[in-house]
Write a new protein. Sequence first.
Length: 96
Amino acid sequence: MAKNTTTSSPSESELKKEPESQLPLLRINFILMAIAAAMIIIGFILTSGGASTAPDQFNPEVFSTRRIIIGPNLAFLGFIFMGIGIMWPGKKSDRH
């Protein structure tokens, strides 16, 4: 009598999908990273501008508070917040 040696192989979708507890980043990590990316983009937008219409004229708007203080600081804080978003541990209940 021959033995049935066929085993039930997992479907392709089961192989591709990892259990949620195995994922290195949770949903909250991606939300925090999206907020950080928005902060970085807004910081760079605030830093841009101030070009003179004529190349031989000086435009004092280059040294505005928005361009030399607010924009770079917002972008820098966005980079810091990105690291925090990546390393955020999440709740214990989110992992199970």
